[in-house]
Design a protein around this ligand. Structure first.
Ligand code: PEP
Length: 255
């Protein structure tokens, strides 16, 4: 099964309006020359979404948001509805990032509601999963993936093509420590098997499963060449064109 490689930049709580706009233009330049062989997405902060949208207009770069609330509207001060994101031109929302789970206490139940309403609002979903260091050391990695991927029960069969999974071992995020290609492949294969159990074999074969955790230009090719690694969700190395472009290029070379 040939799946298009997908490289996504998670800008987290970084950049100014000006730097976000410049970075967006740099990424358009790197991504557009890649024709359609590689899908590229950026996830700026909410307040930079509109500036970035203007700078990626007329390109293939996809606009993503880092989170949304699990309700359509109401008295939820400080929260943002996926319908509002849709209205802003957002195409995909990242849900269940480990920082949301571990710093902000998001549970699988909350993530389930968010997935459901985001899809209903016609926004695609990038669902992040992954174990902590303690869970890996206790041999619980697959158990964690089973639990976190149960959230896929929020997805109707007709919506399965609008889901992407990001496997992000928490111990590798922002630490400079990367999963070995073997560890990544093993976890991705398990994610694909679990997707099959919930959404069926066809969905499992088509779904793109991205690796996240200190991916950079120097390790991207090795990770991306694993059979079940369909792309990368990149944090630190997505914040400059010079760091992010080599990752796009590595994906292109494997396409
Ligand atoms: C992330 O936050 O999704 C991530 C993978 O970060 P980093 O690349 O910095 O580890």
């Amino acid at each position: 099964m040939i799946r298009t490689k997908y490289i996504a930049g998670n800008w987290k709580m970084h950049l100014t309006k000006r730097r976000a706009s410049t970075l967006a233009r740099d990424i358009v330049a790197a991504a557009d020359s890649s024709d359609s062989a590689v899908k590229v997405a950026v996830f700026p902060t909410f307040v930079h979404l509109d500036h970035v949208r203007r700078n990626i207009r007329n390109s293939n770069v996809v606009l993503g948001a880092q989170n949304c609330y699990g309700k359509k509207e109401g008295a939820f001060t400080g929260e943002i509805s996926p319908y509002m994101l849709r209205d802003m031109g957002v195409q995909v929302v990242m849900l269940g990032h480990s920082e949301r789970r571990h710093i902000f206490g998001e549970t699988d139940k909350m993530i389930f509601e968010k997935v459901k309403i985001a899809l209903r609002a016609k926004i695609d979903v990038m669902l992040c999963v992954g174990e902590t260091l303690e869970e890996r050391q206790a041999g619980q990695t697959f158990e964690v993936l089973v639990r976190q991927l149960k959230v896929l029960k929020a997805v109707k069969p007709t919506q399965s093509s609008r889901i992407t999974i990001a496997y992000e071992p928490v111990w590798a995020i922002g630490t400079g420590e990367t999963a070995t290609p073997q560890i990544a492949q093993e976890a991705h294969a398990e994610c694909r098997r679990l997707v099959g159990k919930v959404l069926g074999d066809d969905a499992a074969q088509h779904i793109q499963i991205l690796y996240g955790g200190s991916m950079k230009g120097s390790n991207a090719a090795e990770l991306l060449s694993q059979p079940d690694v369909d792309g990368g969700l990149v944090g630190g190395a997505s914040l400059t064109g010079d760091d992010f472009s080599p990752i796009i290029n590595a994906a292109r070379a494997l396409s």
